[in-house]
Each structure stands twice: as C-alpha cells, then as structure tokens.
Design a protein around this ligand. Structure first.
Ligand code: ADP
Ligand code: MG
Length: 297
C-alpha cells in the first residue's frame, strides 16, 4: 500500500496533523516490526510527504550586484536537484532567499501552490518543513553534540522543553542519527571542540533528526561535501540517499561533478545569477555552454 498525500490537496494544518500521525505510525511500526509476522508486509508501507517548490522571476540584488536574476526554476517534489555554477554565481543567495535568511528583491516563491512575495519568515519555513545546512556550518558552539540535536527535536517552549528534553523518544532519535553519521562517541563534546569535518557531520545529523520528527520535507544542502575526507563523504552520500528514499525534496549545491551525477535527478546551472541550463544531469553536464561557463573554468 502506498500512502501518498500532498499539501496541494489538504490545508496546511490538516496536512501537519496527517504528517505527524504517519511519522508516529511509522516509528511505532518500526518498533513492533519484529513481533509481527510476516515482517515483509510492513516494508510495503511507504510514507511520503511531497511539497512542491518553485521560483518565478526571482531577483535578489545587493546594491549593484545582481546575485540572482529573473530566476524561474522548479524543484521537483521527492527528487534531488543539483545546483551548480561558478563561485559567485548566486547559489548560496538562492538558498538564502528560499529559506528566509535574506529578503528577495522581486519575484515570487511558490511553495505548495501558495505564492509568496517578499520574505519567507522563520515560522513559515518551519511550517513548510524547510531546513538547510550552511556553507559555513552553524552550530550551537557552547552546547554538546547531543544537545545540538536535542535542541532541534525538543519543543521550544521552556516548560515543554523541561518535560520533553530527556524524553526517551528524543534521546533515541538523537542516538540513532548521531550513530548514523559516526558521531555518537563525541556526544559529550562541545561543538566548538569538533574538527571541520565533524562539524559538518553534526549539521547533517541535525537534518536527520528533523526528518525523524517530521520537520524536514524540503532540505537545502550548501556544499555539504566541501573539505570532507572520503570516508565522511560516503556518510553524507548515504544520508542523502536515505532521505531520498523517505520522500524528501532536496536541493544540493556541490562542485564535485561525480557526486552531482550520482545523487541528482535533475541539475540547474547558474551563471552570474541567471539560469544557464536545466535538465537531467548527464544531458546538462554535456552541454557546451555549461562546460565553457563552469567545467572549463
Ligand atoms: P555562490 O554561492 O554561487 O558562490 P553567492 O550567492 O554567495 O554565490 O554570491 C553571489 C553574488 O552575490 C556574489 O557576487 C557575492 O559577492 C554577492 N553577495 C552574496 N551575499 C552578499 C551580501 N550579503 N552582500 C553583498 N553581496 C553579496
Ligand atoms: Mg555559495
């Protein structure tokens, strides 16, 4: 049985209720799975939440710099869109605009069929399950590795946080995601003590934790592999593949073309803030103007 819903079809509040219900159901089923016979039946239940996202004539200017120019692109639900382009071509600015970090100059962002002009605000990004990693990793530096995960999974209100902080549910999620990226052994270290690669893995673990609690439907990765050792790269590849199998919509900014080919369903190429090309990875990467603008640089 495939359970498929899309927030184009449901109002957002209803969607969230359904969403949370299926996350809890999914987690329960995972727990009781060994008790059930035959277990294979559970494998046929797939939970997918797909939120559509596109831009229409999006512009972001900084004084005289046109960082993003008339950009109309679509990020397919449940797919990985690779974003490539030379340094300074506007990739991070595009992510900043779509995640509410920077206000847009003009144009539209369309999420789940709803038009947004001007700035996405923080509560909207949470509401739409939009999350991201930063090119320059951002962590709670004076908190432990474990607390960096708990703080995003635990309810924000101090009273609720008091009760929820040490709930078995949240601790189990934190343990699971930290083990998944090989960071569990560092759980009591402060973030500030971590190496560059470990910091990136902790940020990836935070995304995984948010996905577990149903707060990560659209995920932006801004150069998640940059500066990582091969073993760490493998971890990030497996995380992206896992998230994809769970129906996440992902946007991957990356300079390594082998990784772009391996992970992306479609690719968009930016040059001086404009869309230079878009389409299937192999097709796009073989185009002469793409090679000249980017690969040949
Ligand atoms: P990319 O991520 O593709 O390397 P960016 O989005 O970081 O490119 O930058 C695109 C352009 O916008 C560059 O010319 C950059 O200098 C400029 N830019 C980015 N952020 C700012 C900012 N906060 N203030 C002024 N200019 C900026
Ligand atoms: Mg960048």
């Amino acid at each position: 049985m495939v359970l498929l819903y899309n927030d184009i079809l449901f109002p957002r509040k209803v969607n969230n209720i359904i969403h949370n219900f299926f996350i809890k159901l999914h987690n329960c089923l995972k727990l009781i799975r060994p008790l059930l016979v035959p277990p294979a039946r559970l494998d046929t239940i797939i939970y997918i939440n797909m939120t559509s996202l596109k831009t229409h004539n999006l512009n972001k200017h900084f004084e005289g710099v046109k960082a993003v120019q008339n950009l109309s692109v679509q990020f397919e639900p449940g797919k990985v869109t690779g974003v490539i382009g030379p340094n300074g071509s506007g990739k991070s600015t595009l992510i900043n605009a779509l995640t509410g970090v920077t206000p847009i100059t003009s144009g539209n962002i369309v999420i789940a069929g709803k038009e947004k002009i001007s700035q996405m605000n923080a509560s909207e990004t949470i509401d739409f399950g939009i999350t991201r990693t930063f090119q320059e990793v951002r962590l709670f530096e004076q908190m432990t590795v474990l607390d960096n995960i708990l703080v995003v999974t635990t309810a924000r209100g101090p009273l609720r946080a008091l009760f929820e902080k040490h709930s078995k549910y949240h601790l189990a999620i934190a343990e699971q995601v930290l083990k998944q990226v090989g960071m569990w052994q560092f759980k009591d270290k402060d973030a500030v003590q971590l190496s560059y690669g470990q910091r990136k893995l902790l940020e990836i673990a935070r995304i995984l934790a948010m996905k577990e609690i149903g707060k990560a439907d659209i995920i932006f990765f801004d150069e998640p592999f940059a500066g990582l050792f091969p073993e760490m790269r493998k971890v990030v590849v497996s995380v992206i593949q896992k998230l994809k199998s769970e129906g996440a919509t992902m946007v991957l900014v990356e300079h390594n073309m082998d990784l772009i080919r391996e992970l992306s369903d479609t690719v968009i190429v930016m040059d001086s803030g404009e869309l230079l090309a878009e389409g299937k990875a192999d097709h796009v990467l073989a185009q002469r103007d793409v090679i000249e603008a980017y690969l040949g640089e």
